[in-house]
Design a protein around this ligand. Structure first.
Ligand code: IPD
Length: 265
């Protein structure tokens, strides 16, 4: 029986593969990009580059570790037998990517026996890597990350995002309008994984968004947790779940604010 890989070994592989994928994505962006298909709605797009990036990541990870499982945004899941499963968003922020508008990212998380132990979120246009290992802290290009100091809810800068489903995004916008009266201000960047990393590095105080998938948040949630934050799913509008993310020390107050705005129940 072979022994489990360490989180550091998994991160090392994830970072190498993410850098290769980012290189491919930058090259293909320079050549021009168009929509290949739509998914949940006409605004939920996929490009050939999302698919090429996921193919590259899948081939590289299976080349190095053939017995692992895999879950990717574009190609779905493949079971494994090693105890490791990779959770991959080949381009988070595809609409930004389509327009050539930063930011967009590659996100790769490594789960070991069901728990995420390593993750990388690589900001593609700026070539900056957010990384984390469970128990080993989180870093931005090697510099240790820490969430912001406590602040009253009224002085918190909040990032959010909107669903591709029209009825949900209208309800989200109405609730965000209520939250806007309670906080410093609200931002929308178009890349959920990097939004969460901004909470981890302290360039934002909090993040809330309904409708994310494991490939959007798995790596980033570890980056947040290892920087002193909490990233947690709560029941949201209708029957969905919302990701709520904030420093551990101010999480309860922020959760209360998003609840009174109607973003979570
Ligand atoms: C999307 C982005 C966006 C968020 C959406 C996500 P995708 O991911 O992260 O910021 O608002 O909820 O689905 O589709 O570009 O991988």
């Amino acid at each position: 029986m072979t022994s489990d890989p360490t989180p550091a070994e998994l991160l090392d592989l994830a970072l190498h593969v993410a850098r290769d994928a980012a290189e491919l994505i930058r090259t293909r962006r320079a050549e021009g990009v168009s929509v290949a298909a739509t998914k949940t709605s006409l605004t939920d797009v996929v490009t050939e580059v999302d698919r090429a990036s996921e193919d590259l990541i899948r081939a590289a990870l299976f080349g190095a570790r053939p017995d692992d499982g895999f879950l990717g945004e574009e190609g779905g899941g493949t079971p494994g037998s090693s105890g490791v499963r990779w959770i991959v968003d080949p381009i988070d922020g595809t609409v930004n990517f389509l327009y050539g508008l930063p930011p967009y990212a590659v996100s790769i998380a490594a789960e070991l026996h069901g728990e995420v132990v390593a993750g990388v979120v690589l900001n593609i246009p700026y070539n900056v890597a957010f990384t984390a290992t469970r128990g080993g802290g989180s870093h931005k290009d090697g510099r240790r990350l820490r969430v912001r100091e406590p602040a009253p809810v009224s002085e918190r800068l909040v990032i959010t995002g909107f669903s591709y489903r029209r009825e949900l995004r209208v309800a989200q916008a109405e609730a965000i309008a209520r939250l806007q009266g309670m906080v410093r201000d609200v931002r929308r960047t178009g890349c959920a994984a990097l939004d969460m990393c901004m909470v981890a590095e302290g360039t934002a105080d909090a993040y809330v968004e309904q409708g994310l998938h494991p490939w959007d948040y798995s790596a980033a949630a570890l980056v947040v947790a290892e920087a002193g934050g909490r990233a947690e799913l709560s029941p949201g509008i209708g029957d969905g779940e919302a990701m709520v993310c904030a420093p551990e020390h101010g999480f309860a107050e922020f959760h209360q604010a998003v609840r009174s705005a109607g973003l979570v129940r």
